[in-house]
Design a protein around this ligand. Structure first.
Ligand code: SF4
Length: 372
């Protein structure tokens, strides 16, 4: 560790009374969330150890996705693929289909690549941050989370919840985007030698259930006596954020073609790039130009195209507005396209934006349909 880091660590130790971790762990023992991938503190104390496969899977799913949205996907994955070898043996296509709707699809491709590698190496995940970071799709945050939670080793696990708690505990006035190192140093100084995995999960739970973005429940907080923001009277002022720039807007058109029997015409997106390898209805290019080709005149093949309205979807770097057109088409699928039967649509690897487009044209089409 660099001398400056050591000094900072020593300073943060002085600033934070030593009972922070023990207060937090005592609160966690009683108030922890029940999560399908989690070993509870009681189970942990009785010797149950987390399965690194389940912790890894949940942490990859939780990148950019909420706990509530992840739960059902996690259960479906572990039911289908109970261990890393089973996931490695699955066709990539099936994994992409099971992932459809969770968003940020490069995560699914990395998930599969990581499973392949770990299975080829004997099925054991590395138990250090450095070893984990060498695997596809595992960055600084995820490696720290797996190290702490799966292997109960000290690691500074800093997600958005933890950033908020620390910003408030220490009334950090530096804008969040520039305060990352400062926050990390505080967390490093707080991680206890005993139960570092439970400590990491306790911090997350505190941020998710008590120290919430709006109206934190300070009266119920185990760290109230250690918190400088609560003294200021308005903890919501932390973390300090710079004003957000508006997202650029792009436009395009989507074409939902249906056959007489209800099948919908689909194609696969290129492997590389946004939504790579996922399935879509034919669309125009998504352009920032207001005069872009976004009318039925841009349809990839002739048909009785009628407007089915407009849908919007917000990606990380831009907001998309798609004009949706609907037509009935007869005959074979054009080159590069395929017909997906009405009963199969819900199982296709359709990202949310494409489900929205199909639903605009044919309400209910992407929901699971019972065979007649
Ligand atoms: S006292 Fe309030 S602001 Fe401070 S950590 Fe607890 S919930 Fe957050």
């Amino acid at each position: 560790m660099a001398p400056a880091d050591q000094t900072r660590k020593a300073q943060t130790r002085q600033a934070m009374p030593d009972d922070t971790a023990s207060r937090l762990l005592a609160w966690y023992d009683v108030h922890h969330r029940e999560l399908p991938w989690r070993v509870s503190p009681r189970e942990h104390a009785s010797g149950v150890r987390p399965d690194p496969y389940r912790i890894w899977l949940s942490e990859v799913m939780l990148q950019q996705t909420t706990v509530e949205a992840v739960k059902s996907y996690f259960r479906a994955f572990v039911e289908k693929w109970p261990d890393v070898e089973a996931l490695a043996a699955a066709p990539t296509e099936d994994v992409m289909k099971a992932w459809a709707g969770l968003g940020y699809y490069s995560r699914a491709r990395n998930l599969k690549a990581c499973a392949d590698l770990v299975a080829a190496r004997g099925g054991r995940f590395p138990d250090t941050e450095a070893g984990l970071r060498d695997l596809p799709g595992i960055g600084a945050y995820t490696s720290a989370a797996i190290t702490a939670i799966a292997f109960d080793r000290p690691a500074a696990v800093v997600d958005g919840n933890v950033e908020r708690v620390i910003s408030r505990l220490f009334s950090i006035t530096t804008p969040l985007s520039e305060a990352k190192a400062e926050i990390r140093a505080h967390v490093e100084a707080m991680v206890p030698a005993a139960r570092p995995g439970d400590f990491a999960q306790a911090m997350m739970d505190l941020g998710a259930t008590i120290c919430t973005p709006r109206r934190p429940r300070c009266m119920l907080c185990p760290l109230r006596e250690n918190c400088s923001a609560v003294v200021s009277g308005d903890p919501e002022n932390f973390p300090v954020r710079l004003p957000k720039a508006d997202k650029p807007q792009r436009r395009g058109a989507a074409f939902v073609a249906m056959r007489e029997d209800g099948a919908i015409l689909l194609r696969k997106r290129p492997e590389k790039g946004l939504l790579g390898g996922m399935t879509e209805v034919p669309t125009t290019a998504w352009t920032a130009r207001v005069d872009g080709a976004t009318t039925q005149a841009a349809a990839p093949f002739p048909g009785d195209w009628r407007s089915a309205g407009t849908i919007t979807h917000v990606f990380t770097h831009f907001a998309l507005e798609l004009e949706v057109f609907h037509a009935h088409i007869k005959g074979d699928a054009p080159a590069g396209h395929f017909w997906s039967h009405a009963q199969e649509i819900s199982g296709e690897a359709l990202p949310t934006v494409m489900k929205k487009a199909i639903e605009a044209a044919i309400p209910g089409a992407t929901k699971k349909q019972r065979p007649h």
